[in-house]
Design a protein around this ligand. Structure first.
Ligand code: SF4
Ligand code: MG
Length: 325
């Protein structure tokens, strides 16, 4: 498989009055061209921060303190997205790399029609000459995200649409510029259960149609099982395990991953929170020493408190960061 993104030692800290929140520490993974790569973990594990940091989308008091995000363009050139200046990264963000966020209400501007908002996303990146031309193209985009009656819907304001329809519009904005990488952060969490499946279906269809790579951020293992090719499991700002969906679901290695899967005997069942593992998510101002999971781990030994476990490849493409291996 050919990488489209190679993330190396990505580290983000938030400089708060209470102290430095070490939100993610030395996070490394590859994303392959054309796959759906899921980042999974509990709320606060750093998966959203990781996805946002990929295009420098970290606001003050947060700062990317270390790392590389090597983006392999289709023409074979490789750029470190973290080395680009504000103007250069803006050219890529929303264009070659686009985001879909969790809450469609917050993603759309109530004062503009959905057609205008799609048109604007294209105009900013020079994909259309004018908003007028963009609105014409927006009709096709609304059609491709399966919004009925797109000729009329394009004139609607966000409040005239249901939550599911709004999220389709947000996805429309995401794909308007035919991105190479689509980053979807909990794209279905704010929606009704019935609508969730439709939205996942849509993302899968669009991925095929546009030959995009999808990075899916979710706390829902059912969504992972249904949608992803490969998974990285995050815990307290670190990646603890990476593998194919099959490797992770059939042969989980990390005690945390095992706990997650035990908490959900049937991963296809919808779950709201991954909280069946005893103990609480650590405070990331003073994270546990060594393995950050050690206070909750039934297998912890002395070495776990002292030494940070590094990711090790246990079988082809299956990595785990744990001293048991
Ligand atoms: Fe548990 Fe130690 Fe493995 Fe961490 S390194 S998951 S504490 S056994
Ligand atoms: Mg999040």
């Amino acid at each position: 498989p050919e990488p489209i993104l190679q993330v190396r030692n990505l580290t983000v800290h938030f400089y708060t009055y209470a102290g430095i929140v070490k939100a993610i520490e030395r996070v490394s993974f590859d994303v392959y061209r054309g796959e759906t790569f899921a980042l999974v973990g509990e709320t606060g594990c750093g998966k959203s921060v990781t996805s946002r940091a990929l295009t420098q989308l970290i606001e003050s008091p947060g700062r990317i303190v270390e790392g590389e995000v090597l983006y392999h363009k289709e023409d074979g050139t490789v750029v470190d997205l973290l080395k680009l200046n504000e103007e250069q990264i803006r050219e890529i963000r929303g264009n070659e790399i686009a985001y879909i966020f969790q809450d469609p209400h917050a993603s759309l501007d109530p004062l503009y029609t959905v057609g205008y908002q799609i048109a604007e996303a294209m105009e900013v990146h020079g994909k259309v000459e004018s908003i007028k031309e963009g609105i014409k193209k927006a009709v096709d985009i609304l059609r491709s995200v399966l919004i009925p009656d797109p000729e009329n819907r394009v004139k609607n304001y966000p409040h005239e649409l249901s939550g599911g329809m709004k999220q389709r519009v947000v996805i429309g904005i995401g794909i308007a510029n035919n991105p190479k990488i689509l980053i979807a952060d909990e794209p279905t969490t704010a929606l009704d259960v019935t609508v969730q499946a439709q939205i996942l279906d849509l993302i899968n269809q669009l991925k095929e149609k546009y030959k995009a790579t999808v990075i899916l951020i979710t706390h829902n293992l059912g969504v992972v099982a249904e949608t992803a090719d490969r998974v990285a499991v995050m815990y307290a700002g670190k990646i603890v395990e990476i593998g194919s969906v099959e490797q992770i679901f059939k042969n989980p290695l990390h005690p945390y991953t095992k706990g997650l899967l035990k908490a959900v005997p049937n991963p296809m069942t919808k779950i709201e929170r991954l909280e069946a593992i005893p103990g609480t998510v650590p405070n990331l101002i003073t994270p546990p020493s060594g393995c950050r999971f050690h206070p909750r781990c039934p297998f912890a030994t002395e070495v776990c408190k002292r030494k940070v476990p590094e990711l090790k490849e246990m079988e082809d493409g299956h990595f785990v960061a744990c001293h048991l291996y």
